[in-house]
Design a protein around this ligand. Structure first.
Ligand SMILES: Nc1nc2c(c(=O)[nH]1)N[C@H]1C(S)=C(S)[C@@H](COP(=O)(O)OP(=O)(O)OC[C@H]3O[C@@H](n4cnc5c(=O)[nH]c(N)nc54)[C@H](O)[C@@H]3O)O[C@H]1N2
Ligand SMILES: Nc1nc2c(c(=O)[nH]1)N[C@H]1C(S)=C(S)[C@@H](COP(=O)(O)OP(=O)(O)OC[C@H]3O[C@@H](n4cnc5c(=O)[nH]c(N)nc54)[C@H](O)[C@@H]3O)O[C@H]1N2
Ligand code: SF4
Ligand SMILES: [Mo]
Length: 695
């Protein structure tokens, strides 16, 4: 039997970043297998990765550029015609209204090289100042939390820490369905670990954990400040670590004095013995790891939430050792690439736009005129949306994200989108919620159809080899950006940026000497041969360990090498429940099978059969009785911002007073309102006051 041809690539869904082996048989048939020996997922895949290719064959793939005509119909165009139109329209808007009148919204789902090229094209070539990613919706709070506490946006862990921990504390993470391979690793633990989940719902993860702390929504800060206080009262602090490796502990200890057990119990709904027990467990275990996800980040106080866990890790010395850490789990396949190399909130390599020395340094590395580099970072997503609403932004380019479904406060957002003079949507599909508003659609290849790198949650850079080709005229985002550069007339600036491999070389140079230095990675072949490589990996990197964590030397990235305790008073919920709006709406992922707005997984019939096509709510039976909600019947959920119809599902996984709606339906964000963390500008998707109306 002839041997199949094997290519290696990375799954294009979640930030776990599983390695795949694609076996191509002589018949042309392709089989997806987990990549043997890949340190992320050795031998395992979740159902989405196993069916990676199916959505690529869907009939609504965008196969040529398309223009919306006056009667609303779409006409196919050549690349030349479409980009001529796009550039002419955007240039006209900039000519008439200035560079702030055009912006873009991007993603955590394209390659690092594509981010980097987009950042250079827009900022240096097209003169566009503002562009942000959907990563703002996802991990902006962790970014700020880490920068302030550690001096750099540096998630410290490797996945081996799941296996090395003796106490795993998951906060606002439904890992069993959102990061199933990470979850599997928690189960391969040889330290007899205990898994604790802190979540207002008995989520799929909470029910599989050893202990579930069913906290009231948005009271995590009370709990973690309260635990910090009790650790201090009991003398359970790692004084040496605090003394030698941190700053601000005295002020922190003073601050948490008010968070006594009784007050924390009232606020969180947990009993005093539960809080005491959790504190004791943290003290008695030797390798405690704290993991947080969207239940913390997507909040009006998300940065402080992440930092409240960082504080616990610091004061107990649970960092830099196997099985420890204050670990933010990010979401999309390349959210971590966008954090460091998209040139949006930071310049390449985590440099600061407002720092003249760093601007000059970058201009030299890139061999460009320093004047081309903006002196301020991009506006964050929410301010871009506000600027569309007030008419400042008139042209928008949306790349690999579907904000007409995923952005918060849709009841305003959809009206805002209509205010644009010109909207370009670059996507794999013509039928997305956002594409329906587009004046121009640019057909993009998906992750399995291109080359480049993704960076996963544990900072591992993995390389993509395209096992399949894009359909029709569709092109990789990389090639689309190069074509736009040509049309715009700035191709000269990007002479050195012609292939993903060439851009990887540029990124190596921009990273040299920074915290995320990757200058020691020779090329893609090395990445492939080494099963991915975690940053940092400087030239002459002495540490070739396959799974590396940060801070083993207890040195942090602030100038004095010390980590900071960061904290603030607990802010009131911006929109409280009351007699008129008596229920808390929680939103999030509903199933292992579906991805966000379902543009991809919604094409897989086997997955659709496993999940309700009808938007639904989960409601506790007591609330159902109280509000006269019948099982499986349609009801209307109303918030101060909008309304939607849902099928009612009674569920004891919910605490009374709370309902859950998954984010996989466009209607969900009709209910959410415009609240953001003031430091990270991340939307607060997980606390909206609502009521139920019977039909
Ligand atoms: N199957 C699947 N997997 C995915 C995705 C997907 O769409 N589908 N998306 C990916 C992406 S981009 C992301 S960001 C991740 C998200 O991964 P997760 O963060 O794990 O998922 P979520 O469901 O958004 O939220 C997690 C939990 O937060 C809880 N929560 C809500 N409010 C609070 C609170 O106040 N405190 C606490 N402690 N918990 C709270 C919710 O009940 C929920 O169970 O998943 C990634 N993986
Ligand atoms: N209520 C509520 N809302 C939420 C959340 C929540 O928990 N609750 N979570 C938030 C979070 S964490 C996230 S990350 C966002 C996700 O929100 P979105 O980013 O809007 O969701 P996706 O469905 O992943 O959209 C990605 C789009 O890119 C397209 N695409 C995929 N690959 C490529 C590619 O390679 N190139 C191009 N050009 N296009 C491609 C897909 O077809 C799809 O239209 O949702 C946020 N919204
Ligand atoms: S766990 Fe994430 S990266 Fe791994 S196969 Fe599933 S979706 Fe893909
Ligand atoms: Mo996300």
């Amino acid at each position: 039997m002839p041997k199949p041809t094997i290519t290696h690539t990375i799954c294009g869904y979640c930030s776990t970043g599983c390695g795949l082996s694609i076996h191509q048989l002589e018949t042309g048939e392709m089989k997806i297998r987990p990549r043997a020996g890949y340190p992320v997922n050795n031998g395992s895949l979740c159902p989405k990765g196993a069916k990676l290719f199916e959505p690529f064959m869907a009939p609504d793939r965008a196969v040529s550029p398309m223009r919306r005509e006056n009667d609303g119909s779409m006409t196919s165009l050549s690349w030349d015609e479409s980009l001529e139109e796009m550039c002419t329209r955007f240039k006209q808007i900039i000519h008439d209204h200035g560079p702030e009148a055009v912006a873009f919204l991007s993603t955590g789902q394209i390659t690092t090289e594509e981010f980097a090229l987009l950042g250079a094209l827009t900022k240096y070539g097209m003169g566009i100042l503002d562009g942000d990613g959907n990563t703002r919706q996802c991990m902006a709070s962790s970014v700020v939390a880490y920068k302030q506490a550690f001096g750099f946006d540096a998630p410290p862990y490797c996945y081996a820490d799941f296996e090395e921990s003796d106490l795993i504390i998951l906060v606002g993470s439904n890992m069993a369905i959102t990061q199933p391979i990470m979850w599997r690793r928690t189960r391969k633990n040889s330290h007899n670990s205990k898994i604790i989940t802190i979540d207002p719902r008995a989520s799929q993860t909470a029910t599989k954990s050893d202990v579930h702390y069913q906290i009231k929504p948005k009271t995590d800060l009370f709990l973690f400040y309260g635990i910090a206080r009790r650790l201090i009262v009991k003398g359970w602090v790692d004084d040496d670590f605090v003394q030698n490796n941190t700053k601000g502990f005295t002020e922190f200890a003073q601050f948490v004095r008010d968070f006594n057990l009784e007050m924390v119990s009232v606020e969180t709904g947990l009993s005093v013995p539960e809080i005491k027990e959790l504190t004791r467990l943290i003290h008695e275990h030797k390798r405690v790891s704290f993991w947080w996800a969207m239940g913390i980040n997507q909040s009006y106080q998300g940065v402080r939430g992440g930092q409240s866990l960082i504080n616990l890790a610091l004061m107990t010395g649970n960092i830099g050792r196997p099985g420890t850490g204050a670990n933010s789990v990010t979401g999309q396949c390349n959210a971590m690439g966008s954090r460091l190399f998209s040139n949006l909130s930071n310049m390449y390599g985590g440099r600061d736009f407002t720092n003249p020395k760093q601007r000059a340094e970058l201009a030299k590395i890139l061999d460009i005129d320093e004047k081309l580099i903006p002196t301020r970072p991009s506006k964050p997503y929410n301010q871009i949306v506000e600027s569309i609403a007030d008419g400042t932004i008139k042209g928008l380019w949306v790349i690999a994200t579907n904000p007409a479904s995923s952005w918060i406060n849709q009841s305003d957002f959809l009206a805002t989108l209509k205010k644009l003079d010109y909207l370009v949507v670059q996507d794999m599909y013509t039928t997305t919620a956002t594409a329906k508003y587009a004046d121009l659609i640019l057909p993009a290849a998906g992750s399995a159809e291109k080359t480049g790198t993704f960076i996963n949650s544990e900072r591992r850079i993995g390389v993509l080899n395209s096992p399949i080709s894009p359909p029709g005229l569709a092109l990789s985002d990389f090639d689309i950006f190069l074509k736009i550069a040509d049309k715009w007339g700035c191709a000269d600036l990007l002479k050195k940026w012609q292939t993903p491999a060439a851009v990887f070389e540029i990124l190596k140079e921009t990273s040299r000497g920074t915290v995320c230095d990757i200058s020691g990675i020779r090329d893609y072949a090395m990445l492939d041969a080494e099963n991915g490589i975690q940053w940092p990996y400087p030239e002459n990197n002495p540490d070739t360990t396959k799974q590396r964590r940060l801070f083993a030397d207890k040195t942090f990235y602030h100038d004095d090498g010390k980590a900071r305790f960061c904290f603030a008073p607990v802010a009131p919920v911006p929109e409280p429940t009351d007699a008129m709006w008596p229920l808390w709406l929680l939103t999030g992922r509903g199933t292992i099978f579906h991805w966000h707005t379902r543009t991809k997984t919604g094409k897989i019939e086997a997955f659709n059969r496993q999940y309700s096509k009808q938007p639904y709510i989960l409601i506790h039976p007591d609330d159902a009785t109280k509000y006269g909600v019948e099982q499986e019947k349609m009801i209307t959920v109303v918030s101060r911002h909008g309304r939607g119809r849902f099928q009612a599902k009674w569920s004891e996984t919910m605490a009374p007073g709370q309902i859950f709606i998954s984010m996989h339906y466009q209607v969900t964000n009709q209910l959410t309102g415009p609240y953001f963390d003031p430091l990270s500008f991340q939307p607060s998707y997980k606390a909206t006051a609502v009521r139920i109306e019977k039909e």
